[in-house]
Design a protein around this ligand. Structure first.
Ligand code: EZ4
Ligand code: CO
Length: 402
């Protein structure tokens, strides 16, 4: 069996997605997600100009060798652009394998380790009462785990929070929006938020929170300590994560579980975090972590050190990544939780899929391969539009982590 063609599809049904479609001489094709939010065309070009010419003629079953070919063989290892491209190739090849063998991809990764995948949703509001109402609405939808973000008094706009009636969407069209930030106001307010949520909704529901890389290690330690009485499922991205040893400082002070990794693209971003047991959940997912092939190795390493997965699943990760993640989550032993930010209905139309949500859990479905497709007629109706993630500055104008 041979790869005969590979094509990059860039489309923007409400937001941008980059998809790789690989065809074989037996008429079977596979899909991979290569979307890197705000940098889509860099990945598309990397695939078209450098990877695809070297893919043609290879056996799609050789996922390990093809992965190493583009990783070791590129000489320029790692980095989000190259690893997202490599992830798309790898996903599409696993999809092809499953279709050829007429079995869901989870069966190729170890089979079913569980019946259902617990997911968490987003509840956010501009103030406390609106946020509590959002939590209530998501409980009604059946979610068992909820990420709660709220507007902070005195800060004009806060990460993860949008005006009433709108959905939080990471990137916006046009030039980057700039938001402002005060660590002091944030740290003073968030414990009150979780106190209010526990008072109103009790202890059973899992609560999560994303600090979005904005604290220093000692500030994150204070955060973790002060929310301990409300027993969060996790605090996410407490600090900017380039320095793995930062997490030791946080760990020394608090029992609030820590999740990190949505911007990681290699095991070398988290090797110390895992082996020194400095975190509890790893968020590096299939698309930005280089594909199913490397994530399997990372998950197996993490299993040894009691670290579980908690894959990123915002709307900028396409339904192709969601499909791959759900097969992966079904199979591995140390699955923790999966983020679920539902896509717009139009996105689901462009990417018809076998996976589904029911009463707080998601299911990969039982179609062969990843159980995902793309509607090429619809794709042409929604061409790429430049979009950016926001920037963030401290109140005095200093650039800060968004
Ligand atoms: O900022 O997906 O946990 N979710 C997040 C997201 C990310 C965006 C970046 O593209 O942190 O909102
Ligand atoms: Co996050």
């Amino acid at each position: 069996m041979k790869i005969t063609e590979a094509k990059v599809i860039v489309c923007s049904p409400t937001r941008n997605f980059v998809t790789l479609l690989i065809r074989t001489d037996e008429g079977i094709y596979g899909l991979g997600d290569a979307t890197l939010n705000g940098r889509e065309l860099a990945v598309a070009t990397y695939l078209e100009e450098y990877c695809i010419p070297c893919l043609i003629g290879r056996n799609p079953f050789d996922t390990e060798d093809i992965w190493q070919y583009f990783y070791i063989g590129a000489y320029w290892k790692r980095g989000p652009v190259t690893m997202s491209a490599l992830a798309a190739i790898d996903m599409a090849l696993w999809d092809i394998k499953g279709k050829v063998l007429n079995t869901p991809v989870y069966n190729l990764l170890g089979g079913k380790s569980r019946d259902r995948i617990m997911v968490y949703c987003h509840a956010n509001g501009t103030d406390l009462s609106q946020t509590l109402e959002e939590v209530h609405q998501h409980l009604e939808m059946g979610y068992k785990a909820i990420r709660v973000q709220t507007g902070i008094p005195g800060i004009a706009s806060t990460y993860g929070v949008v005006a009433k009636g709108e959905k939080y969407e990471p990137a916006t069209r046009g030039v980057p929006h700039e938001s402002s930030w005060s660590t002091e106001k944030y740290l003073n307010f968030i414990p009150r938020l979780f106190s209010a949520v526990r008072d109103k909704f009790g202890d059973d529901i899992h609560l999560l929170h994303d600090c979005h890389h904005r604290l220093t290690p000692i500030e994150a330690a204070r955060f973790g300590k002060e929310v301990e009485p409300f027993h969060l499922f996790w605090m996410e991205d407490p600090v900017s994560e380039e320095l793995q040893e930062s997490f030791r400082i946080i760990r020394n002070h608090t029992t609030t579980p820590i999740a990190v990794g949505e911007i990681f693209n290699s095991v070398f971003d988290c090797n110390r975090l895992i082996t020194e047991q400095l975190i509890d959940y790893l968020r590096m997912t299939i698309v930005h972590g280089g594909g199913i092939t490397p994530l399997q190795k990372v998950a197996h390493l993490a299993e040894v050190y009691n670290v579980r997965t908690g894959f990123h699943g915002a709307t900028d990760l396409s339904p192709v990544t969601m499909a791959a993640a759900l097969h992966f989550n079904t199979a591995i032993h140390n699955f923790g939780i999966q983020e679920h930010m539902p896509h717009e209905p139009l996105v689901d139309e462009v990417f018809p899929h076998a996976y589904y949500f029911r009463d707080g859990f998601m299911y990969a479905g039982d179609k062969p391969g990843l159980g995902i497709d793309i509607d090429m007629a619809l794709v042409d109706k929604y061409p790429y539009q430049r979009a950016y993630l926001p920037l963030n500055r401290r109140e005095d104008g200093t650039m800060w982590n968004w």
